[in-house]
Design a protein around this ligand. Structure first.
Ligand SMILES: *Cc1c(COP(=O)(O)O)cnc(C)c1O
Length: 245
């Protein structure tokens, strides 16, 4: 490798590792404020639009859980990182079309973005027998915007019961992408609403343990309201707009 390229690579590596350290510090401080053990929150590193090399750097810095939005991009990346397959948990967090359910059921460990029974049924049908059940969250449209994906809160209980009964899936909890808000108090409201929805399902007898909520801008609010998985991209890899154009 030419010397300048090597220098640039080293600089990017150092940056990713330092950014991860900062995000881990934010998670630690938020857990302390919420009086929660830091191990109760999983950092899902969102690597969409960034290459396999960036994922390798994050793995070298100790990370093991990665989130992807676009199925084809993710499948290519999972292939390029096949040597690390046993050390990485791959999570699909982006919209899932029904013609992609087979490859997703074959390649991923988790899917956070299911909002229709049909999709869950197909994932269950296609989950290979030699793999453990596909771990799943239902995406909830918590801010009530017509354009966003996610099941409406009113339809959630029926969907959750139906999905929980599918054989090759394990329903773990709920996921949401709330409308952005500036103030901490405003950020907490939708996260609290998602937590209450999960508590209601638990009271109805579903064994759920996962709240996938909180991103770069609002992970503190999410942790204060009980997030168990925070999905962080920008704070680790930098701005996607500058990279993907
Ligand atoms: C891109 C994305 C993230 C990460 O968002 P950042 O603001 O970059 O941390 C988290 N969750 C979902 C569903 C995403 O699409």
């Amino acid at each position: 490798m030419p010397r300048k390229a090597l220098r640039d690579t080293r600089r990017i590596m150092a940056t990713i590792a330092a950014n991860i350290q900062q995000v881990r510090a934010r998670i630690g401080a938020a857990c302390a404020a919420a009086q929660r053990p830091v191990q109760s929150v999983t950092l899902l590193v969102v690597s969409k639009t960034f290459g396999a090399g960036a994922v390798r750097e994050a793995v070298a810095a100790g990370e093991t859980c990665f989130g992807e939005n676009y199925v084809q991009e993710a499948v290519d990346k999972i292939g390029a990182l096949a040597d690390l397959r046993d050390r990485i948990e791959w999570h699909l967090i982006g919209p899932l079309q029904s013609n992609k359910t087979r490859i997703v059921a074959e390649r991923f460990d988790w899917v956070h973005s299911v909002d229709r029974l049909k999709t869950a049924q197909r994932l269950s049908e296609h989950r290979p027998a030699h793999l453990p059940p596909l771990q799943m969250c239902l995406q909830v449209n918590i801010s009530g915007e017509a354009s966003k994906s996610g099941v409406a809160p009113q339809q959630l209980p029926a969907l959750a019961r139906a999905v929980a009964s599918l054989p090759r899936l394990r329903l773990r909890g709920l996921m949401a992408i709330p409308e952005p808000a500036e103030a901490l108090e405003a950020q907490r409201m939708p996260h609290a609403a998602l937590r209450r929805l999960m508590q209601r399902l638990q009271a109805d007898g579903l064994l759920l343990d996962t709240l996938s909520m909180g991103m770069t801008a609002d992970l503190e609010a999410a942790i204060l309201e009980g997030a168990t998985i925070v999905r962080v991209g920008t704070a680790i890899f930098g701005s996607r707009a500058a990279v993907s154009g």
